[in-house]
Design a protein around this ligand. Structure first.
Ligand SMILES: *Cc1c(COP(=O)(O)O)cnc(C)c1O
Length: 419
């Protein structure tokens, strides 16, 4: 059923199509908003669920010169990818004591330091590696999460400068992160920018000469041009998702959602009125109707909180999840329609073919678009397409043809480097 050269067996149940040409176009659109700043493609958490390495490569093709990740393991996997040129800077910021500092230094990563414990570990690792580390000092300008408090900043700056003079590291960056940039006009925004200016000015007055100062995440890229400094770090916008409904919809910024999550109906059947549907019988058919079984569930990352609410496009019509979303499947009431088993059910996509978007699912589940795409599970194969059609086989030019390989189908959190 529906078998073509481009629907290999593993994708029949469900698939997440990743449109790399949309990702490239999004990167170009964001770069056009940030003239004068370099572009860091943020690909943490498996590229927000889109596949870390294919997205990193596509972003680089579109002009990203930095790639950002949360964990050192993610950044090391990016660096190990032959598709990532050696002159692309790769940075990671979520370190814990005993982390792989030495491997990071040897892999020429840029690392982040928020506290003296991390500075001491970097210094020791640089001695072992026999080469200087590239270090970004992170300021807590108000987020209250990672980063160095203003009161501790002089000690951290002084310690880093001493280590720089000893040849153990180079302070390549000064940076911070916003708390509420996705809420335009939030009273924390202006003070954070002000504190960032003060903390970078202090470091520079002591002799720090960073290559880059950087602050802007997606919402700041889209709405706060005076925060772009030398480098911007957008994540979610690159995947074509708006950081928040208050900021706007993706099309307002020339962005297009990159992921389309769909499944093939596993069963279509007639049922009488008064029939309970799925665990708990939270939906009861109002009259005789037809039900469609969608073979994805929370085991695939479909949020159970969207039970009774999540929208699905089937045969040109929006249907709503009927009753509970289970681990592997959920049901939609098809209102008497009888599509063939195997008919495509689109949970979300770009939205311009009538399908719901990740934002619609976020609203249905009481969460944010970020979470909807990021949680799509390893059991759902990623199928990489370019320009809306699946990447062709040997007839194509081979670029970006990362799809279908076992590493892309439910592999580890980092995808896989090509063999
Ligand atoms: C995730 C992350 C980003 C990207 O955030 P978006 O809102 O997705 O653009 C930037 N910087 C840091 C430190 C992050 O953790």
């Amino acid at each position: 059923m529906n078998e073509t050269a481009f629907t290999p067996p593993g994708t029949r149940r469900a698939r997440a199509e990743i449109d790399l040409s949309a990702l490239r176009a999004n990167v170009r659109a964001l770069r056009a908003r940030t003239p004068g700043a370099a572009f860091m493609a943020v690909v943490k958490a498996d590229g927000y669920g889109h596949g870390m390495l294919p997205c990193a490569r596509a972003a680089i093709e579109a002009g990203a010169t930095w790639v950002g990740a949360a964990t050192p393991e993610e950044a090391l996997a990016v660096r190990a990818d032959p598709g990532v040129p050696a002159d692309v800077r790769v940075m990671c910021w979520l370190w814990t004591p005993g982390g792989p500092w030495r491997e990071a230094i040897e892999a020429d990563l840029d690392v982040s330091v928020s506290a003296l414990w991390a500075l001491r570990e970097v210094e020791a690792a640089a001695r072992q590696a026999g080469r200087p580390a590239r270090v970004h000092l992170k300021a807590d300008t108000g987020l209250g999460r990672n980063g160095c408090q203003p009161s501790d900043w002089p000690d951290l700056v002084a310690g880093a400068l001493t280590a720089e003079r000893e040849g153990l590291l180079r302070i390549t960056g000064l940076w911070s992160h916003f708390a509420c940039a996705d809420e335009p006009g939030h009273p924390s925004i202006a003070p954070q920018i002000e504190r960032f200016r003060e903390m970078t000015a202090y470091a520079e007055s002591r002799g720090v000469r960073p290559e880059v100062r950087h602050l802007a995440n997606s919402p700041a890229v889209l709405t706060l041009p005076d925060t772009h400094f030398d480098l911007v770090r957008p994540g979610v916008a690159m995947y074509g998702i708006s950081p928040s409904p208050e900021i706007g919809v993706p099309a307002d910024f020339g962005l297009r959602p990159v992921m389309t999550l769909s499944a093939s109906l596993a069963l279509v059947k007639r049922v009488p009125g008064g029939h309970g549907v799925s665990y708990g019988h939270h939906y009861v058919t109002p009259g005789g109707t037809t039900l469609g079984l969608v073979p994805v569930g929370y085991g695939d990352g479909v949020p159970r909180h969207a039970s009774g609410a999540g929208p699905v496009l089937v045969d040109g019509k929006w249907r709503t999840v009927a009753g509970r979303i289970a681990m592997d499947q959920f049901v939609v009431d098809l209102g008497g329609d009888l599509p063939e088993p195997g008919t495509e059910a689109v949970l979300f996509g770009a939205g311009d073919r009538g399908e719901p978007t990740a934002e619609d699912w976020a609203q249905a589940a009481g969460t944010i678009g970020y979470e909807i795409v990021t949680r799509v599970g390893a059991r759902v194969p990623r199928v990489y397409v370019d320009g809306g059609s699946p990447e062709p086989g040997p007839a194509g030019d081979g670029r970006g043809r990362e799809g279908y390989g076992p590493g892309q189908q439910g592999g580890g959190p980092y995808g896989s480097a090509p063999a």
